[in-house]
Design a protein around this ligand. Structure first.
Ligand SMILES: Cc1cc2nc3c(=O)[nH]c(=O)nc-3n(C[C@H](O)[C@H](O)[C@H](O)COP(=O)(O)OP(=O)(O)OC[C@H]3O[C@@H](n4cnc5c(N)ncnc54)[C@H](O)[C@@H]3O)c2cc1C
Length: 472
């Protein structure tokens, strides 16, 4: 990886002319509408201002763009489905957006290794469908499945609703092809089950948020299809019983998922068109999915439900009878992010070890009640993974900058609570722009220095997603 040439003082128009000359086949978009569309992710907090949007059709074009960007020191923002919630794919400072959306094909399936090789722009739902066609499953799953890309999933180490059983995206990546900040192509992992030959650079690329390279191909592990399942929705009287219900269900059932949400979250999903599950309103809800089908499993399910009810942990409950009802129940949890999007939520996505969850929950609940008496706070999360999503909703009449400033003040306090409990400021959404000022609450100075050093090796000119994760 060579040193960059000196900075080029050309104008945006001259730069684009240079890029067109360097990569004549490249699709480039510069219409205002495209710049606005491709310059933002789901945060919609920054005003989009990209130089242009490049839509390469193959790996050669990605390499050519990166060589040009390296030589001319042009900042590049790798871009997938832009469903990210941390500002990672935002281009607000004249960067070139490098959208992988046209590179969206399944390239190969290997039945012996049970591996599926795909291009980075393929949407998660299409990966699920491709795995199903071969009688197998790709188990990472969450509500943005219809629009997020596998490249974005890998770049954020996405989690979702089945982490409890299957782990994060990282567990499912058998190989990656990565184009670095100098345009070199690295072939990492190559689908090998065993490979003890030094640093595993594939794992550096996972969760690197587009700061080390552009993922141009991924080889995904597939697994057996999930068992037949049922879904249970429980209404709980208090936060305190949440972990007890989780521990009980995990001990007694083969849990596939365990998620929680509050009454306020349910309120928004129902206002968005979902069916209310119960007649009465309850403060907290749990949705659990578990293997079911055999008579023995059904007995276990009923006995677990009765046990929780007898302990006074459950005020009401429903168990799905068939796929349609299961989907209806899941909609109550999966519809939350979309149902509150119009309220411009400020999002915290935090994690602690599961064992630290009860103490962390109690402290966080007190902190938020004290600091946010004036804002509506919607809680939900993957409680079985120690991951909590705290969404603060902006009052309609409040200025966005003042709202964010107030939320950031409270996030500083939350970050310090997290530090006490050994947690992370980002469980699954990434650091991006939103959380970079809190990175030091989760990573030591020595770790951050090592991360900066690694960035310099992969991207010596500092052109890959600059300003995301940390400042140079
Ligand atoms: C309704 C909703 C529900 C969600 N639920 C979850 C959830 O349960 N769990 C979860 O983890 N996330 C969730 N998310 C967040 C989001 O969907 C994930 O972060 C997802 O992985 C982002 O994928 P994307 O293709 O949209 O990436 P983008 O938003 O386009 O990009 C995200 C980051 O990846 C980088 N990137 C994208 N493509 C590449 C590439 N090919 N090479 C290198 N870097 C790249 C970008 O530069 C950026 O830093 C949710 C979002 C929404 C809107």
């Amino acid at each position: 990886m060579s040193d960059p040439s000196p900075s080029d003082p050309s104008t945006p128009a001259q730069r684009l002319a240079q890029l067109r000359a360097a990569v004549p086949t490249l699709q480039l978009r510069t219409d205002a509408e495209d710049l606005a569309w491709y310059g933002v992710d789901w945060t919609r907090r920054w005003t989009p201002a990209p130089l242009a949007v490049a839509l390469p059709g193959d790996v050669d074009e990605v390499q050519a763009v990166m060589r040009w960007a390296h030589a001319n020191r042009v900042a590049v923002v790798p871009s997938g489905g832009r469903t990210g919630l941390s500002g990672g794919a935002v281009a607000a400072n004249g960067e070139l957006v490098l959208s992988l959306q046209r590179m969206n094909k399944v390239l190969a399936f290997d039945p012996v290794d049970r591996l599926l090789t795909v291009q980075p722009g393929i949407v998660l739902e299409a990966v699920h469908a491709a795995a199903r066609e071969h009688g197998l499953a790709y188990p990472v799953d969450f509500a943005a499945r219809g629009s997020c890309s596998i490249g974005g999933n890998i770049a954020t180490n996405a989690g979702g609703i089945r982490v409890l059983r299957y782990g994060n995206t990282r567990e499912w990546i058998a190989g990656l092809k990565l184009v670095t900040g100098t345009g070199e192509l690295l072939d990492l992992g190559r689908g090998l089950v065993k490979n003890s030959s030094g640093y595993d650079l594939r794992h550096l690329a996972i969760a690197s948020e587009g700061t080390l390279g552009v993922i141009v191909e991924a080889t995904l592990k597939l697994t057996d299809p999930p068992p037949d399942t049922q879904v249970m929705l429980l209404a709980l009287p208090s936060f305190e019983v949440l972990m007890q219900v989780f521990t009980t269900l995990r001990e007694r059932l083969q849990l596939e998922a365990f998620e929680f949400f509050t009454d306020r979250a349910l309120h928004h999903v129902v206002a968005h068109g979902a069916q209310p599950p119960f007649d009465a309103v309850h403060p907290y809800y749990v949705i659990a999915e578990f293997a079911s089908g055999s008579e023995a499993q059904e007995v276990q399910v009923l006995s677990a439900f009765e046990y929780c009810t007898e302990q006074g942990w459950v005020e009401d409950g429903v168990i799905s009878q068939g796929g349609a009802q299961a989907a209806q129940l899941w909609r109550l949890r999966e519809g939350i992010t979309e149902s509150i999007a119009a309220c411009v939520p400020y999002k915290n996505d935090v994690s602690v070890r599961i064992s630290a969850m009860p103490a962390f929950l109690a402290e966080t609940q007190a902190l938020l009640a004290r600091e946010y008496p004036h804002f509506e706070v919607v809680w939900f999360g993957h409680i079985g993974d120690g991951n909590l999503h705290i969404n603060v909703l902006k009052p309609a009449d409040m200025d966005n900058a003042a709202f964010v400033a107030d939320c950031e003040r409270v996030t500083t306090l939350l970050a310090s609570t997290l530090q006490t409990h050994g947690g992370s400021i980002s469980a699954e959404h990434g650091i991006g722009l939103v959380k970079k000022k809190y990175l030091a609450s989760t990573r030591s100075p020595a770790e951050i220095a090592a991360m900066r050093g690694i960035k310099t090796v992969f991207d010596p000119a500092g052109i890959l997603n600059p300003g995301k994760l940390f400042d140079a």
